[in-house]
Ligand binder design. Sequence first.
Ligand SMILES: [Zn+2]
Ligand SMILES: [Zn+2]
Length: 580
Amino acid sequence: MRVIPLGGMGEIGKNLTAIEYGDDIIVIDCGLKFPEEEMLGIDFVIPDVQYLIDNKHKIRGIFLTHGHEDHIGAIPLVLPRLCVPLYGAPLTLALVEHRMLDTRTPYKPSYNNVQPGETVKVGCFEVGFIRVSHSIPDSLAIYVRTPLGVVLHSGDFKLDITPIGGVEGTDLASFAELGKEGVTLLLSDSTNSERSGFTASESIVSRTFEDVFRRYKDNRIVIAAFASNLYRASQVFTIAARFNRKVMLVGRSMISYVELARKLDYINVSSDLLITPQDAERLPPNRMVVLTTGSQGEPFSGLVLMSKGEHRQIRLGEKDIVVISATPIPGNEKLVSNTVNRLFACGCDVIYERDAEVHASGHASREEQKILLNLVKPKYFMPVHGEYRHLMRHSQLASEMGIPARNIFVLQNGDTLELDPSGGARPGLRVSAGSVLVDGVMLGEFEGSLLRERKELSESGILAISLVIDDEYRLAAELQIDSRGSVYGFDRGNMRPDIEAAAVSALENVRAGAVDREVLATEIRKKVRDVIGKNYRAYPGIMPLISMIGTGREARPQEGAKRTRKPGRPRRSGNTKKPG
Ligand SMILES: [Zn+2]
Ligand SMILES: [Zn+2]
């Protein structure tokens, strides 16, 4: 048997783990990751699933722990290539369905609802589900009875003893029962393995909100939270009703998550509590609450637009109090900090992470991780869902709990853990794994060319040179030059003669037979680069666009030329007509 993490190791995001025995594979989660700063223009990142595609005839299903993006976000792109059934709790599957519609893929998945306590037989596996608390309803731990014992995946969890809204918390009894049955391998959430003690209960946030509502009774209250944290939304609704305020939802994802949760009965909110922007205009500010996206400082989110004064309905000012009910995800600190700065500059008061208990994490801290280890008593342990340091701290904790170091495996994406019938376990051969970058609807291994080009463009810009030549390779019209993000734009008066001379000398070389006609574009690029590099120390990307007249034929496609004119279509002149 092999356990193969293809994502989520050494990173927070794109969680995906495969379990393989003989001719059967099951997959747990299929998430995405948000791009690193240097991935210019990339929308998100998904795991490389080549291994699964190569073995798709073996895959019996994808099982989902919960509906967060880092667990379901890659499904619209991965599932149509695997064509296997999906299993998950109702809210999780509804969120997948919503994403499928959003991405407009024609693929129709086979959705299979599962409940805690239930088991499903697929291939040689029996898969079961245990309820856990997390920052989204319907979160599950998943256990798999395999021919070589039980493999338990904690999912994202915490042990909230006082969860809100009458929701039951993590089902400790079921974990204990599984521990009695015997767990061969535990894979457990490492996100908060650097935090000692216990993670705060979601219900403390209610108390903080109440304080805010009491203290700022004359102000409009704006609360920013994760759209997927429906517990948070439901607390806002309850408290708003109690303080006789109406709630206006702002942000596309906030509106759609709340709508979905109401439809599926995860949130109980009366229709007259929610108001439209038009209703809001007629209401005194201290009779309303705005619940918005943007707690991570995401560009174009509700709160960020408000902080820039660019939101169509909400103008913030001295009469407003803003509560950011979240902590920044690692990497988002700067965005959040900028947003807080702008909010203060609008004149409003801001309550954010350090001030008060305005947020409770959804992940177990060290004491909770210990409790899980203690209840389950696994033979082998594999920390998952964390950057490398989180995985290491979690593995140290497991060895403090008495698991021998040789039974703890810190793996990377694509590593495998092999378990054999005699009860042994060891790292096996690696399989292909990595990141696939997604830009719009395009996906691919872009790192090599696309990102390098974008980086070059961001540093030096681009210079386009359009030449119309006759069949003697002489200029037949004035040279057109245009640029974006290049110093040429600022110094075109001086640079133009140099560029023109360089292009003309490239044409001369072709006429003289010193340079092959086929590589005219390359020759122009080289000549122009040399001259402006030498004279101006500028190194923009150079894009020669060559068209031929007089013979009725096009210049042959130039090696490396990005665009050539299509026959019969007039060239758009763009800005090239500008003087100089
Ligand atoms: Zn989660
Ligand atoms: Zn997660």
